[in-house]
Design a protein around this ligand. Sequence first.
Ligand code: LHQ
Length: 262
Amino acid sequence: MTGYRTILFERKDAVARITLNRPDKLNSFTGGMLSELQAALAEVAADPGLRALVLAGSGRAFGAGQDLREAHAVDSPAAVGEHLARYYDPAMKKLAALEIPTLASVNGIAAGASCGLALGCDLIVAARSATFLMAFARIGLVPDGGSSYWLPRRVGLTRALGMTLLAEPVTAEQAERWGLIWECVDDDALASRTEALAQQLANGPTRAYALAKRAFHGSGTNSFEQQLALEAELQALAVGTADAREGIAAFLEKRTAKFSGR
Ligand code: LHQ
């Protein structure tokens, strides 16, 4: 689909890029923007030529969470439930289910549900001036957008609760030290580092990446025995891919593997 109004959606070779694009409102989420995000994620999922996705924000922020001027979203208990179920949950589920690596490129503040969106990506690279703010308690709300799922898995309960109860911004440098993000880079290096990481991921063994993601997603609830069984099941799938054949052959022939994504 073309003609998105609140996001930019681009494809360059095997890399897709979705940019949240309401810079004057710090890319805060409206229902319309989340519907467009859902549609773009569905386009990404349906395109077998894509091998990595970058999520970014335009202007000075990554995103400021729910647009609090969209009053109907917070009108009543029923309204908030409906809003989350209709707009947020499908977007966050589609992102988590993507069978290609996802990379959040965080240029500025990522607050509220926008922090949740970044956390839902496989890797996060952030500019040194970017911050992560679990803003919910500032307005008397609780974490959503998947943030209460991903945050403690990334940084542990102590830091997840500290970020949520104190609702103070965490700098990109601190976030890197905590393991909240993969990498903090100088502001003027964010674009080139994002591009390099996306290219690296897009040139990787795409099927093995998807299976590895499935293994880690399963590990949250599995017993050790169940996880070993899942690993065996996934490895059986991985070993049958063209990329595994190429990877092993390249190792034995002492050359760099050239993965096709199949
Ligand atoms: C905004 C927003 C915004 C509208 C900046 N809305 N306009 C999901 C579903 C249902 C229910 C509720 O919850 C959720 C999940 C959530 O995400 S709840 C959390 C919602 N987000 C927040 O509470 C963060 C609100 N924003 C802020 O605290 C600040 O804007 C931050 C700290 C992000 C940035 O501060 P500044 O750098 O000082 O920028 P600013 O506040 O001046 O914002 C610039 C403009 O963006 C301004 O508009 P204006 O027309 O006055 O220039 C803001 O009103 C607008 N904006 N966030 N969430």
